[in-house]
Design a binder for this molecule. Structure first.
Ligand SMILES: [Mn+2]
Length: 357
């Protein structure tokens, strides 16, 4: 685990005017402590750091957590166990993950720590994790490389008569065979008219000749996600399919060429959105151009019309324009990129010329 992260978190505590930060969410715990189990709690103050978990994860926590005092209380309620430690005092202002912690847990905290002020600091962790270290970029690059390879293998399986669900299962098998820890998220396989639904759930529908198939998938390496989408055609594409595919590809290329540190998420989004609008399909591109990724599949920063913040060097984002036409189908093309000062580095490399299988 990179020792710098705890230091950076403490700098953020100062910036957010907090005395402590309470972490309960798995991705955040992993980021700060190195712990990759499912149940844990960390409290980081300006000069101390405690990690609590239960008996099941005792050995794992001792192996993975560095730079924090590890406690494995008999008490199963980790909030109550934290109270017994006496480190979170009534005079303190403590940040918590307002976007992750349940309401029930929040109420419980207020009861256990009367006097302590709990303040939503969701953005603190999001901001901290959005700029990637070299080792993190290496893991995402590796996850993207496995995804690319898996896609090429999968091409042999994409033929008329196979169901979306079966294709999903085969892709998962191939990715794991190539070293993926698990699927980054539930793979989307959307064929024919189903392609009009950006987040279609693969079902029993069989693929047919003449249809587009959109596959949105990703491998995982050391907890880091890849998120890649390709759309292919079964047999020869017709004129309309060629037109839509070319627009999406051109929009994506325009974004890849223009994204760099210093422009806002909104400006990045507009690179692709303006082109799709010029071609007359503005209402058929109803989602943002992309999102950050790391231990989380959807994270800061966002590339969307509402995101005014500037992109920073070494943030990793997806670039995924799409056009979705009801009762017709859709096309999405998605790559993962690292933002650099003068441009961006594309991590995924599966072919993007229109494949007619
Ligand atoms: Mn995505």
């Amino acid at each position: 685990m990179n020792s710098d992260r705890l230091k950076r978190l403490r700098a953020e505590l100062e910036r957010f005017d907090l005395d402590a930060m309470l972490l309960r969410y798995a991705s955040n715990l992993r980021y700060i402590s190195g712990y990759s189990g499912s149940n844990g709690l960390a409290l980081v103050t300006r000069d101390a750091a405690f990690f609590l978990t239960d008996f099941r994860y005792k050995t794992q926590a001792q192996q993975e957590v560095s730079q924090m005092q590890v406690r494995v209380p008999v008490e199963a309620d980790l909030f109550a166990a934290l109270a017994e430690q006496g480190v979170l005092k009534a005079s303190m202002v403590c940040g918590f993950e307002g976007n992750r912690l349940s309401y029930e847990s929040y109420v419980h905290l207020e009861q256990l720590f009367p006097g302590t002020e709990f303040r939503d600091a969701s953005m603190l962790m999001e901001t901290l994790a959005s700029v990637k270290e070299e080792s993190e970029i290496r893991d995402i690059r590796q996850a993207a490389a496995i995804s690319d390879k898996a896609f090429l293998e999968l091409l042999n399986e994409i033929k008329p008569g196979i169901s979306e669900r079966r294709l999903d299962a085969k892709l998962s098998y191939i990715m794991k065979s190539l070293g993926s820890e698990r699927d980054s998220f539930d793979t989307i396989v959307a064929s024919g008219v189903n392609g009009a639904k950006p987040h279609h759930k693969p079902g029993d529908k069989l693929l047919r000749k003449g249809e587009f198939v959109t596959i949105d998938f990703g491998a995982m390496v050391n907890g880091y996600h890849a998120d890649v989408t390709r759309t292919v055609c079964l047999g020869n594409a017709d004129e309309k399919q060629k037109e839509i595919y070319a627009i999406v590809l051109q929009a994506q290329q325009r974004a890849l060429d223009g994204i760099r540190a210093g422009i806002s998420g909104k400006e990045a989004d507009a690179l692709a959105r303006d082109l799709i609008a010029q071609k007359g399909y503005t209402e058929y591109f109803g989602h943002g151009l992309g999102h950050g990724l790391g231990y989380e599949i959807h994270a800061e920063p966002r590339l969307s019309p509402k995101y005014e913040e500037k992109l920073q060097v070494n943030q990793v984002v997806t670039v995924e324009p799409g056009i979705y036409i009801p009762d017709w189908g859709g096309v999405r093309i998605e790559d993962d990129v690292v933002i650099k000062e003068k441009g961006c580095l594309v991590l995924s490399a599966a072919p993007k010329t229109l494949l007619e299988l």
